[in-house]
Each structure stands twice: as structure tokens, then as C-alpha cells.
Design a protein around this ligand. Structure first.
Ligand code: SF4
Length: 703
């Protein structure tokens, strides 16, 4: 008989960046089922299928329950934690002694608690002496980070989810919100202002189907389109001169640089109807509260940073910043991408500080009570540079935490060859079955969401608490505990002795955020986070002087005064001439490969979501390639025919899905399938080093 709950507690979902609140129903302190929280300011009583299945995916035969160490026979075999940690530290120390501090590195994640990221980043760099570490957020959010930092002076997304309900025009660029962020989409549908919805996307996605205007542009011409829209707005005088003068710099140079992006040129470059572009320009002009939203179609691009900044430019020049229902708004992907952006100690020194700034290093060393010489004076290498370093023999030991790059990294064959070059690969994960864990020399079994506690920071900068509601299987430990063990076995445990619990780390994180735009010194403790149902940063200590002070649930950063974070307090217009991506379809490979999220029911590499029978039922685990009927006719293909999809880098088998949602000349593959990245073309944004997953040349032939 099913267990009947006799208690309830709340937690935040551990899949996507929406950060939905969940109610966990407990029997004798252990969760037996869940429902969406009705009093959460994020999800208003809703959850998507992944959230509903959060507990199911924890119960799986391929959970890592014991440390596994590769033996002389090349096979992974169970060992004790003592043996595992000795092997880890002995091998990493030997590599470090022979090849220097930059010969060992880590690859982290946006999936673990902020406190765990903070612990990992400080342990690896300040305790173990590593110089390089990066997160899988390089694959999803690096572009937005650089775009905001350059334009605003800090990585500060300005929005709250309430903006979805307050806009009268919403422009989505490279965002299939309907399935990528289904609860945010539900909030769009609740907007009472009958908003105009504009979708800029090469595919007629689920979101595009619901749009007032869909611009199905030629892939990777979005920068030219956004400059065209900006130029027409300027030529017509449909801009906010007062806002531009008071709050920005660089507008005149921007105006001059884009002066020849005429409607005719934009239509030709982007292969769009001029009327369609004009309809969008007019909608932006007529809107009282226009919000601009972007996700991976922009971020995962060879010119992603400049494209994101072109979106920011549109919001600035039309004065659509700092008011309800407005903003240039990057939606994150993972449950804790925002935590990784601020606290992983990779590209930023913790708390949004700068490794290269001596004052910042002194401040953090003082707060953490560590010698300032332990803090590197440069940022980590980016993910792609770490991969390059492995190939060049510069990096020989790698610690991978809660991410699956052997599936998800661009140009998979090269990635596999890269991992095979390592002297020692440590994988810390909930499951021993991931493509990366299968290549490991050592697997450290980790507890997952629900089996440990900590905080996540969602897309609207809301810090939410997730709790331990179920025991981890076997000998699996919380990542927090594994970092404690690693510190002790490495011999730097004393440095981190003050952190007995994740909440102790949270208190250190708070201090590191002081006087930063992301200041959270006003959050007293976990209890306050829980009672408030999550709190958006910033919350300064000066605001919460009363013992019973609670923040308003809806806050925004730029609302009142239009202040940005550059020294002059102004936002910058930043721009650059558009250029073509490095690979275009050609005679031998005539089709353009697009990749992306295929469903609301699966998550990234399906490490967790494939464990749920319900989620598998909602989405085919078979690889389907979406193709336009015109191309299918030319290739004499019928629905579900078996085909080979080939690029210069590899080939995969798939079944044909004939749909009009992709344009003639394009094919679409979901990123969830382990084969898709055999085909992707390794190109990176110049500034963010984010991979450009959504462009490549392929051909399709019938098997
Ligand atoms: Fe979880 Fe995201 Fe689904 Fe909400 S929308 S339930 S946060 S996966």
C-alpha cells in the first residue's frame, strides 16, 4: 500500500531556472510525493512534468551508491571512501607536483547548490592551488553574462516574472519559452493586457505558433535584423531621447554604425518580408511596456554577445528599462545558472568580484580568512580553453562535477578524444551511467536534489531554499560533504573548518556579496528564505534592520533611478559589424543543422529525466530529425524512414519527422539525444567563448 503523508514541507525544483516552489509531502520525515506550491510567487500553483517527477528520478538502478575506482584491468570497481579520496588526492598532487598548478582543473555545473559551488570554487583554487575551472554554464549563459557586464557594468538581469504579466508587447529572440520554460509561458498566457507576442526564430516553434508576429529569419542573421529594427526606429524618431541622454553612453556612434541597415537590406539579409519587419517595428513603437527576452538561440551563437547587446540596445533606446513590464531580459537555463555566475569562483572571483583587482582579492581573503596569495590573479581558462589545454597536455587531471560533457560538449568525437588524453579523470555524479562517468578513472557518488540542502538562484534573481527530504542511496554523499572530505584529504581542511553546514557557507557568501550589486547581506538565514518563499537580490543589510523584516515579494533592480553599474552610472551601447558563421551549407552538405530543446518533458542530457517512465512516455527517446516536406519530397523520404544525418565531423542514424516547423533547407535535432553533438560544428563566441550549437552543415540520406 502507498505510504500516506503525515507532514509537508516546501522546496525549490532542481531542474530549470524558473525555480518553481514545490510542496513535499512527507511520511515520518521522508518525501513520498509532491505537489506544486500554491503560495510561491514564481509558479502560482503550477509545475511542469519534470517538476512533478522530481522524486521519481532519484529511484534508479544506475544511481552511483559507492565510490568506483578503475583497476589494472581498466574496469571500475567499488572501493571505500577512504581509498577513493586517497587515490584522488594522490593522483592530483602527483600531477600538480610534476606539471604545475595549471595541470589540474575542474568542470562544474549549474545544477548543485550555490553553497556547494562556492565551496568547490574556493577549495579548488584557494586550497588545492588550481588555476582553472569552469562551469557548464559556459554552454548556456556565458554570453548573457558578458553582454550584461559590458553594457550595464555588472551581470544583472533586470526583470521579475511579473513582467510577463505587465508587458503589452513581448519580443522573444531565440527563445521557445512554451516548452523550454513552460511555467513562465503560463504566466505570459495570464497577461491581462492582450499583449502582442513577437517571436524571432528560424523555426515555427510552439511559441511562434502562438505569436502575433513570427519572423522566421535565416539562421544567424539575427544581429543584422536587430540593427535593422533599431535603424528604422531611429529614422522614424521612435526613440526615447530623454532616456538615452540621461542613462546611456555611445548612442551616437551606434546610430552612425547602423545607418545603412535599411528595411530593404534587412529583409534581403534575413530572408524576411519587409512588411513583417515593419509590423514588428510598429508594435515596438506602439507598445507602452515592451519587454525583450532571449535564451539559447542568442547565447549559443558565434556572435551571441553582440546579438544580446543589440537586444539591450533596443530596450535602452526605446526607454523600455526600469519600468514594470519592460527590460532586456536573459532567461537562464539551469536551476542554479545564476548561482554559478556569481559564486562558482571561475570567471568571477566569488560575489561578482574580479580576480584581477587587488582590492577585490584583499576583500575576499579577509572575509574568508585566507592568505591573499592563495587567490589567483587571473580568471580561469574558459571551458573550450580547458579542453584545448587537455589536448595540448597542459591539463592532465580533471574533476567533473554534476555535468556530462561527453554528451553535451560540441563536436563530440573530439571531446571524447580529449577526455581520453587525461592522466586522471574524476567524475562526481548521482549516476554512474553517464557518458562522462563511463570514461572516468574515479567515480564519486553524489546525493541529488531532495537528498541534501542548499540554495538555488533562479532567472529573476530569486534565492530559494531546497531541502533534504529523503536519504541518499548507499554511500552517496552530498556534494558539500564530498568537498569537505576532499579538503581534509588534501590537507587544507583547516581553511574550511568554519563550514560545518551549507548554511555556514551561505553566511560566508553573504559577506562576499557586501556592497556589490548582488548584495544579499540583508538575508538573515535559511529560515528567512523559507518564510519569504525565496528572496530576490539585492537585499542589503541596511534594509533588514528589524528582526521581523521581510522583503516585498516582487522587486526590480533598475526601476526607480535608471542607475547602471559602470563608473558613470550609465549603460553602454555596444555594437559590431555582423559576420557569417564559420560553416555554411554547401554542395556536399546542403542542409543547415539547428539544435535545441525538443520537449518540456526532458532535461538536457536526460541523465535524470530518462529515469522517469512518465517523462519517457511524453517524449520519444528515439532520435528524430525534423525536416520540411519540400526537402523530404526531394529526398523521397516518408515519415519515420530511417536516415543517416552526416556532417564533416560524424554521422548518426535517425528517423525522419516531416514537419513544416522547420524551413526548407534546415533540419532540427534535439540536444537531449546523445548522438546530436557528433554533428555539431565547434565555433565559439569571440567574447563569451560560448559554443555555437545552433549552426552547422549536414546532409541526409535514406538508409
Ligand atoms: Fe521545475 Fe522548471 Fe518545471 Fe518549474 S518549470 S517545475 S522549475 S523544471
Amino acid at each position: 500500500a502507498k505510504a500516506k503523508p503525515n507532514g509537508t514541507t516546501t522546496s525549490v525544483c532542481g531542474f530549470c531556472s524558473t525555480g518553481c516552489g514545490l510542496e513535499l509531502h512527507l511520511q515520518d520525515g521522508h518525501a513520498v510525493n509532491l505537489t506544486p506550491a500554491v503560495d510561491w510567487p514564481v509558479n502560482l500553483g503550477m509545475a511542469c512534468p519534470k517538476g512533478w517527477e522530481s522524486l521519481t528520478v532519484l529511484k534508479s538502478n544506475d544511481r552511483a551508491t559507492q565510490p568506483l575506482l578503475k583497476g589494472a584491468d581498466g574496469k571500475l570497481a567499488p572501493v571505500s571512501w577512504d581509498t577513493a579520496m586517497r587515490a584522488f588526492c594522490d593522483r592530483f598532487k602527483a600531477i600538480q607536483a610534476e606539471h604545475g598548478n595549471d595541470s589540474i582543473a575542474f568542470l562544474s555545473t549549474g545544477q548543485i547548490a550555490t553553497e556547494e559551488m562556492f565551496f568547490l570554487g574556493t577549495l579548488a583554487k584557494f586550497g588545492m592551488g588550481m588555476l582553472h575551472g569552469d562551469g557548464n554554464t559556459r554552454q548556456c549563459m556565458a554570453t548573457a553574462v558578458v553582454a550584461y557586464k559590458e553594457a550595464f557594468g555588472f551581470d544583472a538581469p533586470p526583470f521579475t516574472y511579473q513582467d510577463f504579466e505587465e508587458s503589452d508587447v513581448m519580443v522573444f529572440v531565440g527563445s521557445n519559452l512554451c516548452i523550454a520554460h513552460p511555467i513562465m509561458w503560463e504566466r505570459v498566457l495570464r497577461n491581462p493586457h492582450n499583449p502582442k507576442i513577437i517571436v524571432i526564430d528560424p523555426r515555427r516553434t510552439e511559441t511562434a505558433v502562438a505569436a502575433t508576429h513570427h519572423l522566421p529569419l535565416c539562421p544567424k542573421t539575427d544581429l543584422a535584423l536587430l540593427y535593422t529594427i533599431a535603424n528604422i526606429l531611429i529614422q522614424k524618431g521612435w526613440i526615447d531621447d530623454d532616456y538615452i541622454a540621461k542613462n546611456t553612453t555611445g548612442f551616437d556612434a551606434f546610430k552612425e554604425a547602423i545607418a545603412d541597415y535599411t528595411l530593404e537590406r534587412g529583409a534581403e539579409t534575413c530572408q524576411l518580408d519587409a512588411e513583417g519587419i515593419m509590423a514588428v517595428v510598429e508594435a515596438i513603437h506602439e507598445g507602452k511596456r515592451v519587454s525583450f527576452w532571449w535564451t539559447m538561440g542568442v547565447n549559443q551563437s558565434h556572435q551571441g554577445v553582440r546579438t544580446a547587446q543589440a537586444i539591450i540596445n533596443l530596450a535602452l533606446m526605446t526607454g523600455n528599462m526600469g519600468r514594470p513590464g519592460t527590460g532586456a531580459n536573459s532567461i537562464t537555463g539551469q536551476c542554479n545558472a545564476m548561482g554559478s555566475r556569481l559564486y562558482s569562483n571561475t570567471t568571477n572571483l566569488v560575489g561578482g568580484h574580479d580576480f584581477r583587482n587587488p582590492e577585490d582579492r584583499e576583500k575576499i581573503a579577509g572575509i574568508l580568512d585566507i592568505p591573499v596569495v592563495n587567490i589567483p590573479t587571473e580568471n580561469s581558462w574558459s571551458y573550450d580553453r580547458i579542453m584545448e589545454g587537455i589536448r595540448a597536455g597542459e591539463i592532465r587531471g580533471l574533476w567533473v562535477i554534476a555535468t556530462n560533457p561527453a554528451h553535451s560538449w560540441i563536436h563530440q568525437k573530439e571531446a571524447h578524444e580529449t577526455f581520453d588524453k587525461l592522466d586522471f579523470l574524476v567524475v562526481q555524479d548521482m549516476y554512474h551511467s553517464t557518458e562522462t562517468a563511463q570514461r572516468a578513472d574515479l567515480v564519486l557518488p553524489a546525493a541529488g536534489w531532495g537528498e541534501k540542502e542548499g540554495t538555488f538562484i533562479n532567472s529573476e534573481r530569486r534565492i530559494g531554499l531546497h531541502k533534504k527530504v529523503i536519504p541518499a542511496p548507499g554511500e552517496a554523499l552530498a556534494d558539500f560533504q564530498i568537498f569537505r572530505l576532499a579538503a581534509n584529504y588534501w590537507g587544507c581542511g583547516e581553511m574550511f573548518d568554519k563550514w560545518k553546514t551549507p548554511e555556514d557557507v551561505f553566511q560566508s557568501m553573504k559577506k562576499c556579496s557586501s556592497d556589490q550589486p548582488c548584495d544579499i547581506t540583508g538575508i538573515r538565514d535559511y529560515r528567512m528564505l523559507d518564510d519569504a518563499r525565496g528572496i530576490q537580490w539585492p537585499v542589503k543589510a541596511s534594509e533588514s534592520t528589524a528582526d521581523d523584516w521581510m522583503p516585498e515579494q516582487q522587486r526590480r533592480l533598475f526601476e526607480q533611478d535608471g542607475q547602471y553599474f559602470h563608473a558613470d552610472g550609465k549603460a553602454k551601447f555596444i555594437f559590431e559589424t555582423p559576420r557569417s558563421p564559420g560553416e555554411q551549407p554547401h554542395d556536399a552538405y546542403p542542409l543547415r543543422l539547428l539544435t535545441g530543446r525538443g520537449t518540456a518533458a526532458q532535461w538536457h542530457t536526460q541523465t535524470k529525466t530518462s529515469k522517469s517512465a512518465v517523462l519517457r512516455t511524453l517524449y520519444s527517446t528515439q532520435l528524430l530529425v525534423d525536416m520540411n516536406p519540400e526537402d523530404a519530397t526531394v529526398l523521397k523520404l516518408k515519415p519515420h524512414d530511417e536516415v543517416i544525418v552526416e556532417s564533416l565531423r560524424g554521422s548518426v542514424k535517425a528517423r525522419v519527422n516531416i514537419v513544416a516547423s522547420v524551413q526548407p533547407g534546415h533540419v532540427f535535432l534535439p540536444m537531449h539525444n546523445e548522438l546530436t553533438n557528433q554533428l555539431t560544428f565547434p565555433e565559439f563566441d569571440t567574447y563569451s567563448r560560448q559554443p555555437s550549437y545552433k549552426n552547422g552543415a549536414v546532409r541526409v540520406r535514406k538508409l
